[in-house]
Ligand binder design. Structure first.
Ligand code: SF4
Length: 203
């Protein structure tokens, strides 16, 4: 089946997920997104079509990311079958705006603080224990809401707090402030999610 790609590359999992951060990982980056986040780090780029049966993965784990992968739901389901045929495991990174809960693999669901209506009234209540809920914090004023979300979801799914990272950043006091807040508020099972690939400036 044809799938619309931006990129396919080998790297390591820079962020926490069901198969662990830091693991060698094949990435399939799909084209197109239905949101327009202010901190989007996905270049628009030229897309191309590939046949899912022709894609080869060199790592044991494959990350299907975007853009928003679920915009190509049928092709993603077929891609997951091809990945399984190659005896690899997969996870999906999604922005949570399209129901992902029928996907036969774990998902990292990015809770988009800048689209509150879409999130609060969306599919997030259906999040599964195999998924990871990720909240990117870009401003300390968001910490109280982070705590509210954590209270609602801490028993349902692993909860990631991700400080927003900019390439070239040298002052990490923001990271420490988030950590101190979580400690002070007793949010002990928050997973502190560094984006290691960005710190190392690799794909
Ligand atoms: S959901 Fe992801 S890919 Fe889409 S605009 Fe936001 S950051 Fe970019």
């Amino acid at each position: 089946m044809q799938i619309r790609l931006l990129d396919q590359f080998e790297s390591f999992s820079g962020e926490s997920n069901f198969f662990q951060q830091g693991r060698k990982c094949s990435f399939v980056r799909l084209h197109n997104c239905n949101l327009n986040c202010a901190f989007c780090d996905t270049p628009e780029g030229e897309y191309y079509f590939a046949n899912t049966e022709d894609l080869v993965f060199n790592s044991d784990v494959v990350c299907i990311t975007g853009g928003e992968p679920l915009l190509q739901e049928e092709a993603v389901l077929d891609l997951l079958k091809q990945i399984r045929k190659q005896k690899k495991q997969a996870y999906i990174e999604t922005n949570g705006s399209i129901d992902w809960t029928d996907m036969p693999c774990p998902c990292v669901v990015d809770y988009k603080l800048e689209f509150p209506d879409l999130m609060v009234n969306g599919f997030i209540k259906k999040i599964r224990a195999i998924d990871f809920m990720k909240v990117v914090v870009s401003d300390l004023s968001q910490l109280n809401f982070l705590k509210t979300l954590w209270k609602d979801f801490k028993e349902k799914t692993p909860f990631l707090s991700s400080p927003c990272f900019c390439i070239g950043m040298t002052d990490f006091s923001f990271y420490k402030d988030i950590n101190s807040f979580c400690e002070a508020e007793g949010m002990h099972n928050v997973i502190y999610n560094f984006q290691l690939h960005k710190l190392l400036n690799v794909k």
